[in-house]
Write a protein that binds this ligand. Structure first.
Ligand SMILES: [Zn+2]
Length: 261
């Protein structure tokens, strides 16, 4: 089994002291390639540096998450444009809208999102998108330019069936995380994950966040890490009513085609 973790925040400080052990455990659990999320002005260059240090194993995205939208200025735009030119950077983002936390004002989030969409239009690379509680505005911004963009993934999808079909109608890929294992807020995903065509479905841990609640025993440190992707894959396979091999093989083929890895 070879899995691809399309969303791992390996620049997070919690991985600073033991990243090589984390990557070793991931490999031992079948995770063959990982895409390191670049989610801020500070972390995006770090994501690229990690990818450059682990050729063939790690790849990167470069972007500014809606939480950090306030840091998006002309200098930041220039930095992202420089980063996305690197061959190890396989997607623009993480960008999008997050009205759940509203850590940045909504007009600021929309501005940073639109700027990064323009970068994706200009460089022709895929997009790595985040949307939470902002579906209508997200669609309103994305829909008019969708046809001009390369591949698009709505990562860590947590929305409704209707929102899922909106994404699929726009020919977006969908990233599923351990959110699906959360009995408090993820059970609806179990019913709709089977509606995602396998050539649009990818899996991710969003490490160190979103430790799957069905991992037993739960590690005492509560840190999620890429090795748990195998657990997420098994849960998704069960919910889709297909074999573990089919989900593993299918999501890996989809991720490799999407990121060109
Ligand atoms: Zn996200």
């Amino acid at each position: 089994m070879q899995l691809v973790d399309i969303g791992a925040n390996l620049t997070h400080s919690s991985f600073q002291h033991d990243l090589s052990a984390v990557l070793e455990r991931a490999r031992a659990h079948g995770v063959g390639q990982l895409v390191v999320t670049g989610a801020s002005r500070e972390a995006s260059p770090q994501a690229l540096a990690l990818a450059q240090a682990h050729p063939g194993l790690l790849y990167a995205t470069a972007g500014v998450h809606p939480h950090h939208a306030g840091e998006y200025d002309a200098e930041c735009d220039a930095l992202l444009r420089e980063l996305v030119a690197a061959p190890e950077v396989r997607a623009v983002g993480e960008t999008g809208l997050d009205y759940y936390r509203d850590l940045s004002p909504r007009p600021t989030q929309q501005f940073a999102f639109e700027q990064q969409l323009q970068i994706a239009l200009d460089c022709g690379k895929p997009l790595f998108l985040h949307q939470r509680d902002a579906h209508d505005d997200f669609m309103a911004i994305l829909r008019p330019i969708r046809d001009k963009l390369a591949a698009v993934v709505v990562h860590c999808f947590t929305g409704t069936r209707e929102e899922l079909f909106d994404c699929l109608d726009l020919d977006c890929h969908v990233g599923i995380t351990g959110w699906i294992c959360d009995e408090r807020r993820g059970t609806h995903l179990r019913e709709i994950v089977g509606n995602i065509p396998i050539n649009r479905l990818m899996i991710e841990t969003d490490s160190p966040y979103l430790l799957p609640r069905t991992v037993k025993p739960q590690p005492s440190h509560r840190r999620n890490e890429p090795m748990y992707l195998a657990h997420i894959c098994a849960e998704v396979a069960r919910d889709r009513g297909e074999s573990l091999e089919a989900t593993a093989h299918g999501t890996t083929a989809t991720a490799r085609a999407f990121f060109g890895i």
